[in-house]
Design a protein around this ligand. Structure first.
Ligand code: SF4
Ligand code: SF4
Length: 389
């Protein structure tokens, strides 16, 4: 005779899968709420080695909290892990600033959190009992990739992404719950001998298999990083105005399985899927908020996105951008002014040189003055011996 507890657990799992499917969530796994001890050690080492960039909220305390689900939800027994594909064949046509694929559609936080809460409500209704739970979609301390791996959703790629049955173009979410669910085993697959993503990274940010130095990663630099972008990395950013997909684009797992059409909720919006850097530079703060309402690009901040626009314009080298960059050289933000100076220096020409000389007479920020000085061509210095050196 079968163990009644096991029968109950299996039935519960079937109910979970059915409810998730009804909500369009087809990639679902379960793991226990046991601590993520080894994963926390790795995360702490990365933090200690300075590989996480400069994120004030990413602390040792946060790592430990995320590694111990029972501290987040007392009585936690299981974690339901989901992945939702955002892949789409469509591309944007509006501008020359590239946007990472995940930001082409609606903000995944809101969309998926709502669905995960609906999933709990459905299950609770079916079981006729309240379910203690906490829902996270990239917005809390949970180690979402480690949870996904242990719940069998996929394996870690050498680019640190989770490679699921539809590739890595997925958003991850978790429900910590007091339900006793049958856990799935971790995925046994791996990248094997493939290393394609490592040389594909233009900044050398994948410093070893499974290790990314955020300080060099275009995704980090253009989204999370709040200060100047290191000068030596600016040319390597090319036309990426928000994020970077290069290490996922080359991944053969994505090539084979990524064609799976993603969730309709994340269908690309041409206003977001590529950006005109000149138009971005001209946005005032209110227009920035309105333009990116409900889209992850807001994460970069108004100032940060205009900084990125300058870098892209400098890399594109189109003289048509000079008038916009000259205006940006007088921007209220020193961050924007400094990057506008760099971009003008990349493009060059007499109009840029005149703007530098004018700015040198009025600029008071030492870092911006340094950027201008570095951007000034030898020609300008010869023509204007009175310019500050
Ligand atoms: Fe490199 Fe871009 Fe991947 Fe970052 S997102 S590791 S910069 S390829
Ligand atoms: Fe793994 Fe190759 Fe994909 Fe990199 S490109 S994540 S090594 S399968």
């Amino acid at each position: 005779m079968q163990n009644p507890t096991l029968i109950h657990a299996k039935a519960l799992r079937s109910q979970l899968d059915a409810c998730a499917k009804d909500l369009g969530l087809t990639i679902v796994g379960v793991t226990s709420a046991e601590p993520f001890t080894e994963e926390a050690k790795v995360a702490s080492a990365r933090l200690g080695d300075g590989l996480m960039g400069n994120l004030p909220w990413y602390t040792e305390e946060r790592i430990q909290r995320g590694a111990h689900p029972a501290t987040i939800l007392p009585g936690a027994r299981s974690i339901i892990s989901i992945a939702a594909s955002y892949y789409s064949e469509q591309t944007g046509t509006h501008g020359s600033g590239r946007v990472a694929r995940y930001a082409w559609g609606r903000d995944y936080h809101n969309v998926l959190k709502k669905r995960l809460k609906q999933l709990v409500a459905k299950l609770s209704l079916q079981l006729e009992q309240p379910i203690a739970h906490k829902v996270y979609v990239d917005d809390g301390p949970m180690m979402d990739r480690s949870v996904a791996h242990r719940a069998g959703l996929g394996f870690f790629g050498k680019n640190t992404m989770i490679l699921t049955e539809v590739g890595s173009w997925t958003f991850l979410g978790q429900i910590i719950t007091d339900l006793e669910l049958v856990p799935d085993g971790p995925s046994q697959k791996s990248c094997g001998s493939c290393t394609k993503c490592m040389p594909a990274c233009p900044t050398g940010a994948i410093v070893a298999p499974y290790v990314i130095d955020s300080n060099r990663c275009i995704s980090y630099l253009t989204i999370e990083h709040r200060g100047p972008i290191p000068r030596e990395l600016r040319p390597l950013i090319a036309d990426w105005i928000f994020g970077c997909d290069l290490c996922q684009d080359v991944c053969p797992v994505n090539t084979v399985r990524g064609e799976t059409v993603g969730d309709d909720a994340f269908a690309p919006n041409p206003d977001w899927s590529s950006l005109d850097p000149i138009a971005v530079l001209a946005l005032d703060e209110e227009s920035f908020r309105a333009r990116f309402q409900g889209n992850p690009i807001r994460r970069a901040t108004w100032e940060g996105l205009r900084r990125n626009a300058c870098v892209v314009l400098g890399n594109l080298g189109d003289a048509g951008a000079i008038p916009s960059l000259v205006i940006a050289l007088q921007d209220a933000s020193a961050l924007v002014r400094g990057h506008a100076a760099w971009a003008l220096g990349q493009i060059g020409g007499t109009e840029a040189e005149r703007a530098f000389l004018a700015a040198q007479g009025t600029e008071t920020d030492p870092w911006v003055l340094e950027e201008i000085e570095l951007a000034i061509t030898p020609t300008t210095k010869q023509e204007n011996p009175d310019a500050k050196h």
